[in-house]
Design a protein around this ligand. Structure first.
Ligand SMILES: Nc1ncnc2c1ncn2[C@@H]1O[C@H](COP(=O)(O)OP(=O)(O)OP(=O)(O)O)[C@@H](O)[C@H]1O
Length: 251
């Protein structure tokens, strides 16, 4: 059988929420395909359903209608093929960096192999010197790097990042964007990143998905055919920025 080159296929996805019996249609027919190895960014006005979309993929929320196929299989419960990172790092405060990562690796993995995996992911995010630190001994950016290492240690085929750098200052945020690209180039895990920052979306992704609001739909998908690392002042970068901004202003 031919290998499935799409890690994610979303067809006619609808999501309704009910508040005191009143129906709110949040997603109204989202179609989206993500190829293995892609770095996809999702942008859209606040409340358009970006986080809801990620939650439906991880089954933190349930679909109203439509389907989501993860590596060719309909999602119907949490899958080891998919991992998610949130705006805050959500680490265990009483565990060290090493223990936070070790925690998510299956007990079926032999001890020596587990140690190797933990060391690999700590090195991947550049925290080898902080292996034995607990989260409150780390900066916000470092904590988020631990959460990335922890998510990758589950060896997901798809990593979902929901505004992962939203709580970080501008300098740390830019450093983290470079870090994500470095990790992606080394690890090639498919990533879907939700962000409010249009520059971040263009800087990081192969395609930018622009969502429209009320109800949430995919309005436009803009390809970003620029080599990495990208120059934010490059004329094509700025052109793409203008194209995305125009969609927002038309909302
Ligand atoms: N559990 C819930 N119950 C009811 N309504 C919800 C629930 N979760 C989300 N919503 C509603 O769904 C809509 C989309 O929310 P969502 O968090 O997906 O948007 P978003 O695009 O990620 O927004 P933001 O950019 O502000 O984070 C909002 O109107 C929100 O109030």
């Amino acid at each position: 059988m031919a290998e499935n080159t799409n890690i994610l296929e979303i067809n006619g996805l609808h999501k309704n929420f009910f508040i005191r019996g009143q129906k709110f249609e949040v997603l109204a027919g989202v179609d989206l395909t993500v190829k293995k190895g892609e770095l996809l960014a999702i942008v859209g006005a606040s409340g358009c359903g970006k986080s809801t979309l990620l939650k439906l993929i991880t089954t933190l929320e349930t679909i109203s209608s439509g389907e989501i196929l993860l590596d060719g299989e309909p999602v119907n419960g949490p899958s080891p093929k998919c991992s998610m990172i949130f705006q805050e790092a959500r680490l265990f405060p009483w565990l060290t960096v090493e223990q936070n990562i070790e925690f998510v690796i299956s007990d079926a993995v032999p001890r020596a192999e587990k140690k190797k995996m933990v060391d690999y992911y700590i090195k991947l995010v550049g925290l080898t010197e902080f292996t034995n630190a607990v989260p409150n001994q780390l900066s916000g950016g470092m904590q988020q790097r631990v959460s990335i290492a922890r998510a990758l240690a589950t060896r997901p085929q798809l990593l979902l990042l929901d505004e992962p750098f939203g709580a970080l200052d501008a300098f740390t945020r830019m450093a983290m964007q470079q870090e994500v690209l470095r990790i992606w180039e080394q690890d090639k895990t498919t990533m879907m990143i939700v962000t409010h920052d249009i520059d971040e979306a263009i800087y990081l992704s192969n395609r930018v998905v622009i969502m429209g609001k009320n109800p949430g739909v995919v309005k436009k998908i803009v390809p970003v055919n620029l080599p990495f690392p990208r120059d934010r002042t490059d004329s094509t970068f700025l052109e793409i920025r203008g194209e995305i901004m125009k969609e927002f202003l038309d909302t």
